[in-house]
Ligand binder design. Structure first.
Ligand SMILES: Cc1cc2nc3c(=O)[nH]c(=O)nc-3n(C[C@H](O)[C@H](O)[C@H](O)COP(=O)(O)OP(=O)(O)OC[C@H]3O[C@@H](n4cnc5c(N)ncnc54)[C@H](O)[C@@H]3O)c2cc1C
Length: 392
């Protein structure tokens, strides 16, 4: 269920993405890692003119409810470029949400305003290189350390898979402000670029929709004043929870939009293409795959709506967003895979966005918590509830 205001915004976003953003899918201003900023900013100017830039945050600063956000973000996801054009993309969308919830008035003026205006991009620096034993699935393995120094903190460490770092102007750095034995995480807001954060390399990854790609970084002697702490010191994991549920849900929204589009493209293909004397859609083996897609897409939409409703009650929704992330990412992966399959060779070619959607969803099954980590934490809850005599 959504509201009339969200339906109106969503309709305008969908019209903009279909009419203005789809043609950019053929634009060559991109690297293997993602679209170039010149193209992103050009699309944003058009979104601004069409009144659909940052559409989930209203002009008075109010954020749409999660259910309303779903209506809008699904539409912005109809193209892999749509979220960047409309400023609903990760990691900016999650970072804006977090700064809006936890940031001070000054931090909102210094860091949030330019993100909401779509004039800057941001990065969230939590994960560390696996080869060095750093934080990944288990954030408590964090090796990046922040030491107090008067009214400042000095941060040292390494980070990996940092989406959008290359070209970002705002960073949220997560560091250990406790001890090696008793870890406590704190988030710091930093202006980027900063000479104390070196971009070592942009990783070659399976996906290619995020501006700036995903970077490996070295942080050496980064001095940050105490008023750049986001929220309170030592509360970083608490804030990570505030960011994580809505952020992982918004990935579900955007990628649902992309898979709705992949299904449209696959449907068009099989309703035109013949084999063995009839249209592909009339072969049961093809028609059933698109029917399964329809079912998976609807189930994904319902899971998102259910979880959004839980978040709208003010709950952290940790359990519900884990369930939804697993169910939706796995369902959308099946959808994207079937779209590729029924389109034959065309499905794996760059002639349509279907192959890209397939690659993007594969990565989505890892970030914001791999499927197994969510299931593992759900299993712990099942055990806990059982031992406490809770049946549901
Ligand atoms: C495209 C992309 C973008 C990303 N963007 C960002 C970003 O902007 N900022 C950021 O900080 N991080 C980012 N990440 C990092 C992402 O959050 C991590 O990749 C993720 O948390 C997993 O950590 P890891 O890669 O170190 O995997 P590992 O921790 O090495 O885990 C490997 C695998 O082990 C299994 N596993 C782990 N724990 C368990 C368990 N308890 N039970 C069962 N199986 C388990 C899972 O299958 C998991 O996939 C991004 C990752 C990708 C792929």
């Amino acid at each position: 269920m959504t509201s009339p205001r969200a339906s109106d915004i969503a309709a305008r976003v969908e019209a903009f993405v279909r009419e203005t953003v789809f043609p950019y899918e053929r634009d060559t201003r991109r690297t293997a890692h993602g679209p170039l900023d010149a193209m992103v900013m050009e699309m944003r100017e058009q979104a601004r003119a069409a009144g659909v830039l940052t559409p989930h945050i209203l002009s008075d600063g109010d954020h749409l409810s999660q259910r309303e956000t779903a209506t809008v973000l699904i539409r912005s996801g109809l193209s892999p470029l749509g979220p960047l054009a409309c400023n609903t993309a990760a990691p900016d969308e999650g970072n804006m949400y977090l700064i809006g919830k936890v940031g001070s008035t000054r931090q909102k003026a210094d860091f949030l305003a330019k993100l909401v205006a779509g004039r800057a991009r941001s990065a969230f620096l939590m994960t560390e290189p696996a080869a060095e034993g750093g934080a990944g699935s288990d954030p408590s393995m964090m090796q990046t350390i922040a030491r107090p120094d008067g009214n400042h903190w000095v941060i040292d460490g390494r980070k990996a898979f940092i989406t959008g770092f290359d070209g970002a102007q705002v960073g949220i750095v997560m560091a250990n402000t406790g001890t090696r034995e008793k870890m406590a995480a704190t988030m710091f807001l930093v202006d980027l670029p900063d000479p104390a954060i070196r971009l070592d390399r942009v990783l070659d990854t399976i996906d290619s929709s995020m501006a700036g790609g995903h970077s490996v970084l070295s942080i050496e002697n980064l001095r940050v004043s105490s008023d750049q702490i986001l929220g309170e010191v030592h509360e970083g994991f608490k804030y990570a929870q505030i960011r994580l549920s809505p952020a992982r849900l918004s990935h579900c929204m955007r990628w649902l939009g992309a898979c709705i589009r992949a299904q449209e493209i696959a449907t068009d293909y099989v309703c035109r293409r013949h084999a063995f004397g009839k249209l592909l859609i009339d072969h049961e083996g093809v028609g059933f795959q698109l029917a399964d897609n329809l079912i998976d897409l609807k189930q994904a939409e319902l899971m998102i709506d259910w979880c959004a409703g839980v978040l709208d009650t003010g709950s952290l929704g940790t359990v519900e967003s884990s369930m939804t992330k697993v169910a939706v990412s796995d369902a959308l992966f099946r959808v994207a895979d079937r779209c590729v399959q029924v389109m034959g060779g065309t499905g794996v070619s760059g002639d349509t966005i279907v192959e890209q959607v397939f690659r993007e969803i594969r990565a989505f099954r890892i970030y914001d918590g791999p499927t197994e980590v969510h299931k593992w934490s759900l299993a712990k809850k099942i055990k806990r509830d059982h031992l406490n005599g809770k049946t549901r």
